[in-house]
Design a protein around this ligand. Structure first.
Ligand code: DNO
Length: 348
C-alpha cells in the first residue's frame, strides 16, 4: 500500500514539513481549490503542487477531488462541454504525475453531519450525525446550513436543486453517472489514471435526495457500468460503515480481490442504537468497524493502492478544519502502518 495524507494546499495550517515527519508517509492527496467546478485547472497550480510536495520528499499523485458539476449529475445544461473540461482536468493532472483521482456523485451535498465538534468524555471532539438533531429539519422550508454543505449555494438554489434531483430520481442519476463514466474512463485509461468514486456519506437518502453509491448491490452495478481497471472505488470505511447493513470487511475483501479499489479512506465510526453515528478514533475497539480485519483483507488480496487515514478527532488542544487536524490523523497513520506491517509479516 501507498500511505498518503490529505493536504489542503498552501492555506492548510498543517505544513508539508509536518506531514513528511509522519513515519512511512509517501503521497500527498490534494486538489486545486481556487477553481470552480466546471473550469479547467491551471497548469501553474498543478506544477506548484508537484514542486511543493517534491521539495518535502513527498509525491503528489492523488487528487481529491475533481468535483463533478451539478449539471453533469443532473444531465442538464451544457453537459458535453462540462465533460470535456473534466477530461481535460484528468489529462492535466496525469501530466503532473497524478495516478488516482477521487470524486463523488452525491447530489448537492458532500458528506452530512449535524455537529462538527461533539465533545467526548475524554475531551476530544469529533464529527457526528444525530437523528434527533436532523429530525424536523426541512431544507425546502427552513433556512438550514448543515456542516459540510456547500455554502456557495443560496437557500433558493438549494431548493431548486433538491426539486430537480427529486424529479430525476435514482434511475436518472444512474443514467447520468453512466454517461459520465463512458466519457471519462477511456481518457483515464489513456493517461494511466485510476478514477475512484467516493461512496455517499452517509450511504442512505438524506431529505429524499437520491443516493446510489451506498451498498454492495449498487457498487456491483457501478463497477459494471464500465468494466475497466480504471473505473475504481475510493472505499471509505467510515462512509459505508455508518449503515449497519454494510459488511465493510467483506466489501473490502471482494473489491480488493477484483483489483477495483484504487484508494482506501480508513477511519472508524460508532453506530448508535437509533442509527445515528459518531466519528471515533481509528482503533478497532473505539468504534463499530474492525480495522484490523479490514487491513488483513487488503493485505491478503495483495492491495497495492493508496491508503489515507481519514477524519481524525481534535485532540491535544488542536484547532482547525474539523476532521483534518494533524494529531489524530497522524496517530491513525501510525496505527494503519502497524496493522499493515503485522498483517504483511503474518502473510509471508
Ligand atoms: C470527506 C471526504 C469527502 C471526499 C469527497 C470525494 O472528508 O472524504 O469530502 O473528499 O466526497 O469527492
Amino acid at each position: 500500500m501507498k500511505l498518503s495524507f490529505r493536504w489542503y494546499g498552501e492555506s492548510d495550517p498543517i505544513s508539508l514539513e509536518y506531514i513528511s515527519q509522519i513515519p512511512g508517509m509517501r503521497s500527498i492527496v490534494t486538489a486545486v481549490y481556487d477553481v470552480k467546478p466546471g473550469q479547467v485547472w491551471p497548469e501553474e497550480s498543478l506544477a506548484a503542487l508537484k514542486k511543493d510536495c517534491e521539495d518535502h520528499g513527498l509525491i503528489f499523485d492523488v487528487v481529491e477531488s475533481i468535483p463533478v458539476h451539478e449539471d453533469i449529475k443532473l444531465g442538464r445544461g451544457n453537459v458535453e462541454e462540462l465533460l470535456e473540461v473534466y477530461c481535460e482536468n484528468i489529462r492535466r493532472c496525469a501530466a503532473y504525475g497524478v495516478k488516482c483521482v477521487t470524486y463523488n456523485f452525491m447530489p448537492v451535498f458532500d458528506w452530512t453531519r449535524t455537529q462538527l465538534d461533539k465533545k467526548a468524555p475524554d475531551g476530544s471532539t469529533s464529527l457526528v450525525m444525530y437523528w434527533d438533531q436532523m429530525r424536523g429539519l426541512d431544507p425546502l422550508k427552513d433556512d438550514i446550513h448543515l456542516p459540510g454543505w456547500d455554502s456557495s449555494y443560496t437557500q433558493d438554489e438549494v431548493r431548486e436543486l433538491i426539486g430537480a434531483y427529486g424529479e430525476l430520481g435514482e434511475e436518472g442519476l444512474w443514467a447520468n453517472l453512466e454517461r459520465f463514466l463512458k466519457k471519462v474512463i477511456p481518457v483515464a485509461e489513456e493517461c494511466g489514471v485510476k478514477m475512484a468514486i467516493h461512496p455517499d456519506d452517509p450511504p442512505y437518502p438524506i431529505f429524499g435526495l437520491p443516493r446510489i453509491i451506498t451498498c454492495e448491490t449498487n457498487l456491483d452495478r457501478f463497477l459494471k457500468l464500465v468494466d475497466s481497471p480504471a473505473n475504481c472505488l475510493c472505499l471509505c470505511t467510515g462512509s459505508l460503515g455508518c449503515a449497519r447493513s454494510n459488511d465493510v470487511t467483506a466489501m473490502v475483501r471482494k473489491y480488493s480481490a477484483m483489483g477495483r479499489i484504487a484508494f482506501m479512506h480508513i477511519r472508524n465510526v460508532k453506530i448508535m442504537e437509533d442509527g445515528s453515528f459518531e466519528e471515533r478514533a481509528h482503533l478497532s475497539s473505539c468504534g463499530s468497524l474492525d480495522i484490523y480485519e479490514i487491513v488483513r483483507a487488503l493485505v491478503e488480496t495483495g492491495f497495492d493502492g493508496y491508503v489515507r487515514p481519514d477524519h481524525g478527532r481534535m485532540i491535544w488542544g488542536e484547532t482547525g478544519k474539523p476532521g483534518y487536524g494533524l494529531y489524530d490523523r497522524a496517530l491513525g497513520a501510525t496505527y494503519i502502518n502497524g496493522l499493515f506491517e503485522a498483517c504483511e509479516k503474518a502473510n509471508k
